[in-house]
Design a protein around this ligand. Structure first.
Ligand SMILES: [Cu+2]
Length: 147
């Protein structure tokens, strides 16, 4: 009986150590990411919901991808004549304990000068750079519309 208790004690100790060594849950994350199909030499755009689960604000500063000549953060808006326009935006503020949606007609990650075709069903790798948090590399699925 005494031996069994000892075993349980060791097991609990090991579990405790394992739990303490687990990486912390990501402070910044992205969900529901998707990017539009595109052709080599053309452009595409990626969208997602960025979540900041921290108690302090951060900001999306820039993005990069090996699959495009350049990557910019853009904001789409309607001009006085009803024409859709877009302009560079950012840094994108990510307030504490909140999420920010990048979506068609609003904020998006502009993929300029695609190096290869982006076909539905494929993916594109994009890395997001934040003011404080570590960079976030996403494998973004190519699809016609939001997931
Ligand atoms: Cu754009």
């Amino acid at each position: 009986m005494k031996k069994k208790l000892w075993k349980i004690f060791v097991l609990l100790l090991l579990l405790g150590i394992t739990a303490a060594c687990q990486p912390k849950t990501a402070s910044l994350s992205a969900k529901a990411a998707w990017a539009r199909p595109g052709s080599a030499g053309g452009n595409s755009a990626a969208y997602m919901i960025l979540q900041n689960s921290l108690d302090s604000p951060d900001a999306l500063v820039s993005a990069s991808s090996d699959s495009a000549d350049s990557v910019e953060i853009h904001m789409s808006s309607m001009d006085a004549n009803g024409t859709m326009m877009m302009r560079p935006a950012g840094p994108v503020e990510l307030p504490a304990q909140s999420s920010v949606e990048l979506k068609p007609g609003g904020l998006h990650i502009m993929l300029i000068g695609l190096k290869d075709d982006l076909n539905t069903g494929g993916t594109i790798t994009v890395t997001l750079q934040f003011e404080k948090a570590d960079p976030l590399t996403l494998e973004i699925p190519i699809q016609e519309s939001a997931p």
